[in-house]
Design a binder for this molecule. Structure first.
Ligand SMILES: Cc1cc2nc3c(=O)[nH]c(=O)nc-3n(C[C@H](O)[C@H](O)[C@H](O)COP(=O)(O)OP(=O)(O)OC[C@H]3O[C@@H](n4cnc5c(N)ncnc54)[C@H](O)[C@@H]3O)c2cc1C
Length: 390
């Protein structure tokens, strides 16, 4: 398998690198330090992402994109997340949902919703699954009567009425279009298109996270939200299966964001260890320090290789290994957390001083142990595949 990037992917990597260096990096630390999570958000960055062609990049040209492939997308996400995780996640989440939407929407839905979103430089998607009483249950999934989604969509004349509460939802308070997932039967889950401003849709608290602060997550209240039949996404009752097959690469996008943090930990720590003198020589010359750096190198290189493999396999029509939509986030988030911990130690006291930004990398790395499904649940899903194969 050839892991070298083609000319298109390299061009996009350079675009992302420039966007990260000129737009994201200069303001990331200040935004991260805002006490109110709403102030950590920057519309300027989103509008500039649009100007760089990044906001809609994976979509076809008719929806403002360039049809970038998964290998290109993970390469771009690594670049942006190395500068700031939150901005990488805002785009990665939007891209993932935009691709699910494009794959599942009718031509009429694309025309009405995707064209409008494409024309708005602030246009973003959010997808609301998680609820206060239903987190991991949605990922396993657990289908017992005492678990899973509480949000319900009742059939009425001409459509559905949704009632329920969601939380932790990425981009929710900033999105132009929210996908709402609700029960439409005992086991059936249906996806609904809910534009911002729809009557009965209300954003609750914006969660105050320890890391990934430049991305917002919030509660959503659905109080008698009417959705017409024309805005049901995909086939009623089958949203879970449909969304999984429409977006195998989602887990890999998450891994690519985590990889950006690991790379940043390594690059910054390598340079620090070359310049910091203790014991009469640069600390990189001490054997124990060198072995930590070697581990951090392995974390980055092995993670990137796996991310590229999973991204290149995600569009395979036959012989796809479903582990490739589980392992990337599991592997890379844990390698990244390990790198952040080692960086904290190698920087000595400077690691915990906010002015140096290493503690931010540790806070950002912590996000991926739970986001997009906890790693325990990733292991459980992988174990299920192994049990099924035995
Ligand atoms: C930064 C961030 C962004 C997010 N963005 C979104 C989003 O855009 N949309 C969305 O819908 N959701 C989103 N989420 C929610 C996320 O998917 C959930 O937080 C995650 O699935 C875990 O659910 P939970 O927090 O309810 O934890 P719980 O499910 O309550 O888990 C608590 C602990 O119990 C363990 N556990 C639970 N069930 C089992 C089991 N059956 N077997 C063994 N162990 C178990 C878990 O591994 C975990 O350690 C986001 C979360 C975060 C942190």
């Amino acid at each position: 398998m050839d892991f070298s990037l083609g000319p298109e992917a390299l061009r996009w990597r350079d675009t992302a690198r420039e966007f990260a260096a000129k737009v994201v990096r200069p303001v990331a630390a200040d935004l991260d330090a805002q006490p109110d999570p709403r102030d950590a958000w920057s519309w300027d960055i989103i509008e500039l992402a649009d100007a760089y062609g990044l906001r809609q990049a994976p979509l076809p040209a008719e929806f403002g994109g360039s049809g970038t492939d998964h290998v290109t997308n993970v390469t771009v996400l690594e670049e942006i997340a190395a500068a700031d995780l939150g901005i990488g996640v805002v785009l990665g989440v939007h891209w993932k949902i935009a691709q699910v939407f494009h794959a599942m929407a009718t031509p009429d839905q694309r025309e009405r919703h995707l064209s409008r979103l494409a024309a708005n430089p602030r246009g973003l998607f959010a997808a609301s699954v998680t609820e206060p009483a239903a987190g991991s249950d949605n990922f396993l999934p657990y289908t017992g009567p005492n678990g899973g989604l509480r949000t319900r969509a009742e059939r009425v004349d001409g459509g559905y009425v949704i009632n329920g509460v969601k939380h932790y939802i990425s981009n929710a308070n900033r999105a132009e279009i929210i996908l709402a997932y609700a029960r439409t039967g005992d086991q059936g889950i249906t996806g609904f298109i809910v534009p911002a401003g729809t009557e009965g849709l209300r954003i609750g608290q914006v969660h105050d996270k320890c890391g990934e602060r430049t991305a917002n997550n919030s509660e959503i209240f659905y109080d008698d939200v009417f959705v017409p039949d024309s805005d049901v996404l995909g086939t009623p009752d089958t949203a879970r299966q449909d969304a999984i097959s429409a977006m195998r690469a989602g887990n890999t996008y998450a891994a690519a964001c985590a990889l950006g943090i690991a790379r940043e930990c390594f690059d910054r720590t390598l340079s620090f260890c070359r310049s910091r003198i203790q014991g009469g020589k640069p600390i990189i010359e001490h054997q124990a320090v060198g072995s930590y750096l070697a581990d951090m190198y392995v974390n980055v290189d092995a993670s990137r290789t796996y991310v590229l493999r999973a991204a290149s396999e995600a569009t395979r029509t036959e012989g796809y290994d479903p582990a490739l939509s589980i392992v990337p986030k599991l592997l890379v988030s844990e390698r990244t957390f390990d790198s952040a911990r080692r960086a904290m130690e190698l920087w000595g006291g400077a690691g915990v001083m906010r002015e140096n930004g290493i503690e931010k990398l540790l806070r950002d790395a912590a996000i991926w142990l739970h986001s997009d499904g906890t790693n325990i649940i990733m292991r459980e899903k992988l174990a299920d595949l192994l049990r099924a194969a035995s």
